[in-house]
Design a protein around this ligand. Sequence first.
Ligand SMILES: *Cc1c(COP(=O)(O)O)cnc(C)c1O
Length: 434
Amino acid sequence: MSAGPGSRAWMERAARVIPGGVSSPVRAFKSVGGTPLVYRRGDGAFLEDVDGRRYVDFVCSWGPLILGHAHADVRQAIVAAVERGTTFGAPGETEIELAEHMTAAYPGLEQVRFVSSGTEAVMSAIRVARGFTGRDKIVKFSGCYHGHADHLLVAAGSGLVTFGHPSSAGVPDAFARETVVLPLDDEGRLIDLLRREGDRIAAVIIEPVPANNGLLLQRPEFLTTLRDETHRAGALLIFDEVISGFRVARGGAAERYGITPDLATFGKIIGGGLPVGAFGGRRDVMQRLAPVGPVYQAGTLSGNAVAMAAGLTTLRLLDTLKAWTTLESLGSALESALQPVLAQAPYPAQVARVGSLFWIYLEGGAMPRAAEQVNATAGTRYGPVFHALLEQGIALAPSAYEVGFLSLAHDRTHVAQLASALAAALTSSPLPPA
Ligand SMILES: *Cc1c(COP(=O)(O)O)cnc(C)c1O
């Protein structure tokens, strides 16, 4: 198997003291089988495991590392910040500069508040939306992930029942009932719900580039309808840009699609590899937050000096390097390199891509735009391919439904390595039973 003796020994120790041996479930290799690799260092486009093996890393810590591992400028900014003190528990210069940078970059982002994770950003955005509208219900789309707050760990109800049910143990039914789950890519269902129950809906939240259940690229018309219908219903539109913010464009999916949400949530890239989240949007909505307004929200380490320095340095460097042009051409090279390889696979296989995000889908038919269209066969085919890639020094996500990430540390050599390793993996890996 892929994990060396060092990784296996560490994971045995880990499993004794950490549930499943991991601090976040998808790291556990449950869906691909085998033992997780334990890494000791990251460097540019590479990761090195505790057995001294090197991998071209297409996970990039699940998105934050848009500059690659341990970028020199980010490292220096972090060290300089640490030398000035790690946290003040009071306003800091870098936090204000990062807020200015973000509000200048993102459409309609008039004010922003910092938190420490994407989950917290979404949780707080939902609360302020409820406080602003005086309504309780929220709407999400199946296949979109918004972190692990109670009211978002909700799956679609059956049939005509419009309220959801918990998708995790520990989430009260009563919470889940405040969340309505709709399918992506379906204007009919959306219009029907918003015209019928719109006056009870505080907000509709969506990943405008859904990237947590494969890459379910939406038709622009669907997002436009969503903007129009939320506006008409007086419900707020929340774009969850925790993955897509500062990745698919400087102004995220909002810029890319030319649609301005009322609120947006951020995470991943804006922390430059440290724990940061943020939410923001319309001034009149954000002014409902304490200490100005009645909606309570707070955080001991929010706006942390070190994290803000890493984030600000990352975002400024993306501008200086004209990152989005480079990432688009690298992404396009990756797509052209993978397509002929996937066409030669022993089963139908394809790739979806936007900018530096890509998803290898080991199934035929139209590329899915909704979670319900994703065929489970792709999941069973993925495990052997994943392990065959790992053995050749290529790290993709240990799940068929997670996307791949390119960073500015990647170049065409790494893309070519992925393509040739994938060609070998697809022919060598045993076919699962038909
Ligand atoms: C990662 C992610 C989150 C959760 O962020 P955490 O920092 O892991 O809490 C929320 N929404 C989206 C779209 C994400 O990709």
